[in-house]
Write a protein that binds this ligand. Structure first.
Ligand code: SF4
Length: 266
């Protein structure tokens, strides 16, 4: 039997109603999560148990996450073509520039075109553009409530928390340990700002990778026998504006961008 190895192949099995009962914002997000091993087909309550059982053994996880992201991006682009960008602009904290939807992310303008392409003066890659399109298409457009929580406190957060800690928080902590200017650079280059004292952190800065999805980065310096620590917090509303799996994706894309800057500055 043929394997299911792309998000689209899994998506075709699903009801495609985007009802969110699987705690993800769309059937496509669910298909992607199944391919990554974060969800089981049987967790869609509308898929007949015999169908879920029939296909469960045929899901083949992608070894190349970049390839996976490119597939998802193409599917999301098709949904953008069918939508009225101007009707979404206000809800997602963007503005129209001609026919394009402009979103300010990390202080830079990103433009979503009516054909679903994304352009920016920044380096574009699917780790950033997939969350951005998902935010435009599926986000609830809720305003931040000003309450910081860890990823594990968000809906579906426990599934992604360990990976997020490993691929984002640990990498960023190592960068901060090696580069004392890192946080000043992040504030300068990405329009961050210092937060009021919080969680007794030595450094706490706020960045906005999407207009209504702020993050708080807290860093505790090494002290005596204690190693340094770094945690990334989200606004309590974050999981309604962007599925947690895409918060994870966005985090990986962002941290790899910060790593490049860290290397440039030695
Ligand atoms: S539960 Fe999830 S996968 Fe199933 S139909 Fe609803 S949104 Fe789609």
């Amino acid at each position: 039997m043929a394997k299911l190895s792309t998000p689209f192949e899994i998506y075709k099995l699903l009801p495609q109603t985007n009802c969110r009962q699987c705690h993800l914002p769309s059937c496509l997000a669910f298909a992607t999560a199944v391919l990554k091993g974060a969800k089981k087909l049987a967790q869609c309550p509308f898929l007949a148990p015999e169908v879920a059982a029939q296909f469960a053994g045929r899901v083949e996880a992608r070894t190349s996450m970049d390839r996976n992201m490119e597939d998802v991006f193409i599917l999301l682009q098709k949904d953008v073509v069918a939508m009225d960008l101007s009707a979404r602009a206000e809800a997602v904290g963007g503005r129209m520039v001609g026919a394009k939807l402009a979103l300010t992310c990390l202080g830079k303008d990103f433009f979503v075109h009516p054909d679903g392409t994304v352009t920016s003066q920044c380096h574009i890659n699917p780790w950033v553009t997939v969350p951005l399109l998902s935010y435009v298409l599926e986000g609830a457009g809720e305003n931040p409530v000003g309450q910081w929580v860890s990823m594990r406190e968000l809906v579906d957060g426990p599934t992604w928390n360990a990976l997020f800690a490993h691929r984002c928080e640990m990498v960023l902590r190592n960068l901060a340990d090696a580069n004392s200017r890192l946080f000043a650079d992040l504030i300068g280059i990405f329009s961050g700002r210092n937060s009021a004292p919080v969680f007794a952190a030595d450094i706490a800065i706020i960045l906005a990778p999407l207009p209504k999805v702020p993050i708080l980065i807290c860093y505790w310096r090494a002290e005596d026998d204690l190693e340094s620590r770094l945690s990334i917090y989200f606004d309590r509303s974050a999981d309604r504006n962007l599925a947690v799996e895409y918060l994870h994706t966005l985090g990986v894309g962002m941290v790899s961008m910060f790593a490049k800057i860290g290397h440039q500055h030695g």
